[in-house]
Design a binder for this molecule. Structure first.
Ligand code: MN3
Length: 200
C-alpha cells in the first residue's frame, strides 16, 4: 500500500512562536517529508513490501552498514521518523508529566542532565541523522544517535523522543547553530504528554 503524507497535527505556523517557523514547516513537511512518501511509494510498488506495514518495511529492509544503498529503507524510515517527529512537538510544550520525569531522573540524574546529554548527542552526530530517547531492550532509558534515516525500530527499542538533526530541520530558523536548535527543541517545542504516552 502506498505511503500517505499525514497532515501536521497543528497549523503550519503553530510552532512559529516556539522557534520553528511556517517556512520551515512548508519545506520540511510539505516538501522533504512528502518526497520520502512519494519516492518510497514508487520503490515498494510491485515488491514484497507493497502490502506490509511501515514498521515491517523499516525493520525488514534495515541492513547495518548498507544503509546508503537501500532506497526502500531510507524512504520508509524517514517517513516513519518524520511522522513521529511532528507528533512529538506541539504549540503548548507544557510541563513534563511526573511518570516520565521520574524515569528520566532515575536514568540521567536530573532533567537538566538529560537535556545536556541529549543535546550533546545531537551535536555529536556527524552529518545527517537523528538523536533519540529510547527504552532499550533491557528496559532502561537511553539516549542514542543514528545516521541518516536509521531509527530505534532497527534495534528493537521503544521510541520516546526523537529530534531531526538533518540541516533541513534547522537551517532556515537557526542557520548553522545546531546546538541552539536542540536547546530550543527541548525547552520550547517538545510535547511531553506525547513522549510520556509512549512509555506505555
Ligand atoms: Mn527531516
Amino acid at each position: 500500500m502506498a505511503f500517505t503524507l499525514p497532515d501536521l497535527p497543528y497549523a503550519h505556523d503553530a510552532l512559529a512562536g516556539a522557534g520553528m517557523s511556517k517556512e520551515t514547516m512548508e519545506f520540511h513537511h510539505d516538501l522533504h517529508h512528502n518526497a520520502y512518501v512519494v519516492n518510497g511509494s514508487k520503490l515498494i510498488e510491485g515488491t514484497e513490501w507493497a502490502n506490509k506495514s511501515l514498521e515491517e518495511i523499516v525493520t525488514g529492509t534495515y541492513q547495518a552498514g548498507a544503509v546508503a544503498q537501500n532506497g526502500i529503507f531510507n524512504n520508509a524510515s524517514q517517513h516513519w521518523n518524520h511522522t513521529q517527529f511532528w507528533e512529538m512537538m506541539g504549540p503548548n510544550s507544557g510541563a513534563m508529566p511526573g511518570a516520565l520525569e521520574a524515569r528520566i531522573v532515575d536514568a540521567f540524574g536530573s532533567v537538566d542532565e538529560f537535556k545536556t546529554q541529549f543535546n550533546a548527542a545531537g551535536v555529536g552526530q556527524f552529518g545527517s541523522g537523528w538523536v533519540w530517547l529510547v527504552v532499550d531492550t533491557d528496559g532502561t532509558l537511553k539516549i542514542t544517535k543514528t545516521e541518516n534515516g536509521v531509527n530505534p525500530l532497527c534495534f528493537g527499542q521503544t521510541t520516546l523522543l526523537g529530534c531531526d538533526v538533518w540541516e533541513h530541520s534547522y537551517y532556515i530558523d537557526f542557520r548553522n547553530k545546531r546546538p541552539v536548535y536542540l536547546t530550543n527543541f527541548l525547552d520550547n517545542l517538545v510535547n511531553w504528554e506525547n513522549v510520556a504516552a509512549r512509555l506505555g
